[in-house]
Design a protein around this ligand. Structure first.
Ligand code: ATP
Ligand code: MG
Length: 450
């Protein structure tokens, strides 16, 4: 198994960052006409099928057409299902749907491709490849049968810790052929390093990423799994905040803090979905406290008109007011200032200046959901379906011999995307002059600070 024999770039331009394991030299190759190919699909994806990503055109645009490999089952398999051992790892923060993805990868490998090897579940993120305190577990269709009913990840997750040599030791000693890495930008950077190192060393391994970000901040993808579940869960918190604010006299103000480190998609969509929000604060739009465009006079007016007001705030909002934190977590991500607490103080003070008291409450839908970000919610039906598509297509991709790729929905079609492409432009942010934000201004009637 020599370098170069198994890996060669496919196509030109952007696609040359994604690699396909070559097939000719591999004696194990099966086509759909041969016994041993377990994916009996009517519709197989042709060799050069792709999905055009940037479909919008305006007169005068000369943007190059960007396209990604279409995901799905292929006529020819690179790996012989008989000899496939796989590993699955989840890293970074939690997100509804992680268990769905783990379950569907396992089931697809066993049921659709009939693999005869093992599927290892790596426990506690990248460290689990080598930490003797958290040895891997073996995943089977039986033991993953019911895991999608629970939030979180049965494998556990972590930040920090990425030892390439030790990870490769595990891969080699367990004869792993396919590695499935579920995580965010950091996790994908690690996954791509593993892929590159496998290439350099001529190891015959396919690495697939499944992008996980509750904030929906991956560019090029229609959305990320878990996002819709979170927006839906936030509705309960917003309703609770409204009840709290309307019952707590005088001048009740309810604050709901939602996820969104560098982009406010959850806060914005939850605001639009609920119709009960008077002020929505996101990282993309600067917060102005006082003056003609100030959010505090706006809240004062809303409270005077309705008796109460509801505020939704993304956790990463207001950095321009509070300053960037110098503290970082184990993976090097910077910690966020406490915008919810800050707004509570600012509202109280402003009302005092007007000669009245405010009753400000921060509402947490299940404290752990909002405040500590432990997402104990299982994925809803829409995200469950999406997780299934992501997992199945990750497996289709690796079985067909692609590596160094990630999967996602692009213009409502499943695609394989080169990992560097995916991480280069993340996190995506909402356009503060875009239509979503215009809708927010219309719904909340808050002043435009852009
Ligand atoms: P999220 O930020 O959405 O929670 P993430 O995947 O970005 O998810 P991180 O904690 O940043 O979460 O990273 C997860 C794992 O990836 C950690 O184990 C970290 O050590 C590893 N990692 C992060 N960046 C890199 C990198 N550039 N190279 C190798 N490993 C990395
Ligand atoms: Mg990250």
């Amino acid at each position: 198994e020599q370098l170069g024999k198994y890996f060669k770039p496919e196509g030109d331009g952007i696609q040359n960052k994604m690699f396909a394991l070559t097939r000719e030299e591999d004696g194990d190759v099966k086509t759909d006409k041969e016994p041993g190919h377990h994916a009996n699909y009517n519709k197989l994806i042709g060799k050069n099928e792709c999905i055009v990503a940037n479909i919008r055109r305006k007169p005068g645009d000369n943007e190059a057409v960007r396209a990604y490999v279409r995901a799905g089952p292929r006529a020819q398999l690179h790996f012989n299902p008989k000899t496939v051992n796989a590993a699955i790892v989840t890293c970074g923060g939690l997100c509804p749907g992680l268990n769905n993805v783990i379950r569907e990868i396992t089931r697809t490998l066993y049921f659709m491709y009939g693999i005869q090897g093992k599927v290892f579940g790596i426990v506690g993120g990248y460290k689990g490849f080598y930490d003797p305190k958290t040895p891997p577990i073996v995943l089977t269709p039986e033991n993953v049968e019911n895991i999608h009913h629970e939030g979180g990840t049965i494998l556990g997750s972590s930040r920090g810790g990425f030892d390439m040599e030790k990870i490769l030791d595990f891969i080699k000693s367990n004869n792993i052929r396919q590695l499935y890495v579920i995580g965010g930008d950091g996790t994908h950077r690690g996954a791509f390093k593993i892929h590159e190192t496998c290439m350099e060393k001529g190891l015959h391994i396919a690495v697939a990423g499944i992008p996980k970000t509750i904030d929906n901040d991956v560019d090029y993808l229609d959305r990320s799994f878990g996002f819709i579940t979170s927006v839906e869960a936030a509705q309960t918190a917003i309703r609770a905040a409204k009840v709290e604010a309307s019952c707590n006299l005088p001048n009740g103000v309810g604050i709901v803090k939602l996820m969104g480190r560098s982009s406010g998609f959850i806060a914005a969509h939850a605001t639009l979905g609920s119709g009960d929000v008077d002020l929505c604060l996101v990282p993309e739009v600067p917060i102005i406290l006082e003056g003609p465009n100030g959010c505090l006079p706006h809240l004062w007016r809303r409270v005077k008109k309705n008796g109460y007001a509801v505020v939704v705030v993304a956790e990463g909002a207001g950095e321009e007011l509070l300053g960037e934190s110098t503290e970082t977590d184990a993976s090097g991500n910077k910690k966020l200032p406490q915008i919810g607490e800050f707004m509570k103080g600012a509202i109280n003070e402003y009302f005092k200046k007007q000669g009245e008291e405010a009753t400000v409450k921060q509402v947490h839908l299940l404290f752990s959901f909002i405040a500590v970000k432990k997402i104990s919610f299982p994925a809803n039906a829409t995200d469950t379906l999406y997780c299934m598509q992501l997992a199945q297509n990750a497996v289709h991709g690796t079985m067909a011999g692609f590596t160094g790729f990630s999967v996602g929905l692009c213009n409502n079609k499943m695609c394989l995307l080169p990992i560097p492409e995916l991480v280069a432009t993340s996190p995506r942010q909402m356009n503060p002059r875009g239509r979503t934000w215009e809708r927010i201004l219309a719904v909340t009637r808050q002043p435009n600070t852009i």
